[in-house]
Write a protein that binds this ligand. Sequence first.
Ligand SMILES: [Zn+2]
Length: 277
Amino acid sequence: MPEGHTIYRLAERHRTLFAGDKVLAASPQGRFAEGAALLSGSVLGDTEACGKHLLHHYDNGLSLHIHLGLYGKFADGDGAPPEPVGQVRLRLASDRHWLELRGPTVCELLSPVEVDALRNRLGVDPLRADADPTAAYARIRRSNVALAALLMDQSIVAGTGLIFVTEVLYRAGLPPTLPGRQLTPAAWTTIWADLVELMGAAVTAGKIDTVRPEHLPEAMGRPPRVDPHGGEVYVYRRAGLPCHVCGTEIRRGELAGRNSYWCPTCQPSSAGLAGSS
Ligand SMILES: [Zn+2]
């Protein structure tokens, strides 16, 4: 599933393509026909990423809400839109550009009240300039759940997925199984700052890179990672491979229904145990 940086890039892209323009909307597949009819002919004011949710705000007071889920994909281009091929849920077209959406989990229209409700049920997004991580830490400190699961809970931190979470925990030297209530304020400050930095860099690069300069392939004389998700990482999908720092085999285990990855040497289970807060 795309993580927050991808949605943030889409919001920027769609703003560049359509903001200030009147758009014609259609649902060639038919499943969003009613919504498309309500949107068609309105002007896109602005776009916004809230965690993994994408919003288009239109001048008729409605907002288009999209969650890509596992299979959702956008395509766009210049000029007139092509003939729809396959299951196109939504097609937008201005005089200059077109956009197609296929396979999203959510494609719906929201009123301003519903947009507020969406924002309110999401946790703090490290990519937003107004992000305040205080409430997220309060939630984490009240929980016995494993830290990796808490950091992927979108009502606590929004936009984070498995890659950012496993990598940030590696960089902090904390095991993914650390109970939330044992996370110290200092460790939370480190993790939060790292999420802000890594996710911001991923927005710029269009991929997730988490290794420090001294662990890049050229610095270590090792071959670059080959993975369709791209980017250099420490532990994500590296089970059985040697840790870039200590050489120990990276482990994989299931946590809250998802795979988790960690280095048992760099992230020992004794790490991060809080004394007092
Ligand atoms: Zn290691």
